[in-house]
Design a protein around this ligand. Sequence first.
Ligand SMILES: Nc1ncnc2c1ncn2[C@@H]1O[C@H](COP(=O)(O)OP(=O)(O)OP(=O)(O)O)[C@@H](O)[C@H]1O
Ligand SMILES: [Mg+2]
Length: 302
Amino acid sequence: MAAEPESTSSRAERSEAERSGEGSSKLPLGGFTEDPPDLSSSPAAPLGMTAAAVVRLEDVHKIYHTGEVEVHAVRGVSLEIGKGEFVAFMGSSGSGKSTLMNILGCLDRPSRGHYLLDGVDVSGLGRDQLADIRNGKLGFVFQSFNLLARTSARENVELPLLYGQHRLTSAELAARADKVLAAVGLSGREDHHPSQLSGGQQQRVAIARALINEPEVVLADEPTGNLDSRTSVEIMGIFQELNDRGITIIMVTHEPDIASYARRNIVMRDGLVQYDSPVKQRLSAQEQARKLNEQVEVETPA
Ligand SMILES: Nc1ncnc2c1ncn2[C@@H]1O[C@H](COP(=O)(O)OP(=O)(O)OP(=O)(O)O)[C@@H](O)[C@H]1O
Ligand SMILES: [Mg+2]
């Protein structure tokens, strides 16, 4: 997916922003900069607030044609996701979650209907234009981490910046990757290869890679699907922190407890939205991690 080159123009624009200092103020995590960005002016948009919709789907359909068979995977979905929301998509296998995520992530186009990303209708754009939008606005995290095996954590994180022209020296690239790795708690692991890292650490590298382009939206398809419950809580902690800093998070999960870390849950059924509502009793990953630690202390008294 990320293997498509970014256009020179959008990269050049961003490099310009970086040189002028604008880029650094957008860096997403506290560990990045001395002055964390002031996000007080862009709080999480409550449900139903349409002013700052990052994502707007209008009667979106997706029909797959494989040989003689037609699969109507998404059957008319309309919804909005505001800036700063944290949404979890749920629903049974085959209900269309990944299909919808692929459309949201500009990896695929709707067969019918419209997708507006930041107010721009991207439903009719070509492959190259979609790739530009992906590289400029979106970060991806997958269930299977999708890291390059024989490559260090640092190089994996640098990867999205290597496409197109970034005008950074290799030392600057490495410094930037190391900052993002530090922000997800991986200082000291920069030179480790994926096989030398735990599953949770590998997923952190993948999150760092998703963040290196300073995306507006992070899309994650079952990011905890291959992780134990403790590690899943850690990953949700990173997502909640990113979200607290204004990054919009859209995630797919099969696990109701993982969905409770989000602010809003959308349940899909047969290619349609069956249920869409705010999370009433939101879990705090920090709190859950503390409880897990207390349990361990009780189970193994000194
Ligand atoms: N590339 C494709 N070609 C043809 N059919 C597809 C393709 N991708 C998905 N489908 C079909 O579309 C429907 C929705 O699939 P999708 O992958 O979106 O489901 P999902 O909700 O993500 O399921 P899961 O929870 O198992 O990941 C399914 O019937 C699936 O078989
Ligand atoms: Mg899926």
